[in-house]
Ligand binder design. Structure first.
Ligand code: NAI
Length: 302
């Protein structure tokens, strides 16, 4: 089975949140026609608005001409809903990248629905941060065309992309995915199918220990962030970063890695983070998290 992912393929993206919107922008900016769908109308509207703003910024900086910016935007088809009607629009896709909620059962159901509409040679990819690609592939009829393509936030900016084969993944699918991401100007690295892959595995103790420092009253959020930025050499402190990622996403990833690592205490989730999620303080996207963004500045939450 040929799994070539040339520049002519239509790229489908499901989930138009933080990651899906960014991935769709990357694909469209690289000349692909893109179909982008989300169950939430608000997410679709926000993604569309974000794309228009990103193109306006590029235009202002002289990175694109007006015609180029218009062409990028015109290549993206936005769909609200993931019912039979919307999924039918994914039929011409050579690659579909899933970037929905970090929940294995929901992702598996989506992959099964996708398999019913796409061509036999289409590649199905997950942007999961932590879930088993084998479990996603295992739920599919043709698991050999399933692969992990894990972008980082913000997808249009971050060069690193982890490409993860499941046991069943066809080598040609892995290679085509790696080559495609490289043509998109990214730096793909192949990682084995293990909880959190490379970056999210290493990042778990970083976030976890930061939360324990906070919980033990050693220092407050702003001080920990400041210390890590200033002396640790990190671009962002752990709490700023968790607010950027989304506390719901970060918490879900921690839980998933903890469980997959047979409850190794190094990866134990934090009750503090759980309470933030329960309160809807999801970070920047909710204008509240470890910091309060409602006044347009990041004020520490008391
Ligand atoms: P998000 O919460 O910003 O967006 C997820 C979107 O998926 C939402 O707009 C939601 O309406 C939609 N959605 C949920 N269930 C759906 C379904 N069944 N069908 C269609 N749409 C559905 O989340 P984010 O941050 O974009 O994460 C998405 C995926 O990417 C997750 O698997 C996450 O682990 C992964 N990821 C997240 C990163 C981050 O920094 N936020 C970085 C890399 C990967």
């Amino acid at each position: 089975m040929a799994h070539a992912l040339g520049s002519e393929i239509v790229v489908g993206v499901i989930g138009a949140g933080t990651m899906g919107a960014g991935i769709a922008q990357v694909a469209a900016a690289n000349g692909h026609r893109v179909v982008l769908a989300d169950a939430s109308a608000a997410a679709v509207a926000k993604a569309k608005d974000g794309h228009a703003k990103a193109m306006a910024r590029d235009l202002e900086k002289g990175k694109r001409t007006q015609a180029d910016a218009d062409a990028v935007l015109a290549r993206i088809q936005y769909l609200h809903g993931v019912g039979a009607t919307e999924l039918a629009a994914f039929a011409p896709c050579g690659l579909v990248i899933e970037a929905i909620v970090e929940d294995l059962g929901i992702k598996q159901a989506l992959f099964r629905a996708l398999e019913a509409v796409v061509a036999r040679e289409a590649v199905l990819a997950s942007n999961t941060s932590s879930l088993s690609i084998a479990a996603i592939a295992g739920g599919c009829q043709h698991g050999e065309r399933v692969v992990g393509i894990h972008f980082f936030n913000p997808a249009p900016v971050m060069a690193l992309v982890e490409v993860i084969p499941a046991l069943a993944t066809d080598r040609a699918v892995l290679e085509a995915s790696r080559a495609l991401v490289e043509r998109w100007g990214k730096r793909p690295v192949v990682a084995s199918d293990t909880p959190g892959f490379i970056v999210n595995r290493i990042a778990r103790p970083f976030y976890g220990e930061s939360l324990r420092v906070l919980e033990e009253g050693i220092a407050d959020v702003a001080t920990i962030d400041w210390a890590m930025r200033t002396l640790g050499g990190f671009k962002m402190g752990p709490f700023e970063l968790m607010d950027l990622i989304g506390n719901d996403v970060n918490y879900a990833v921690t839980r998933s890695v903890f469980e997959a690592m047979y409850y190794d205490p190094r990866y134990r989730p934090s009750l503090t983070q759980r309470r933030l999620v329960e309160s809807g303080w999801l970070g920047r996207k909710a204008k509240r998290g470890y910091y309060d963004y409602r006044d347009g500045i990041a004020a520490p939450t008391p």
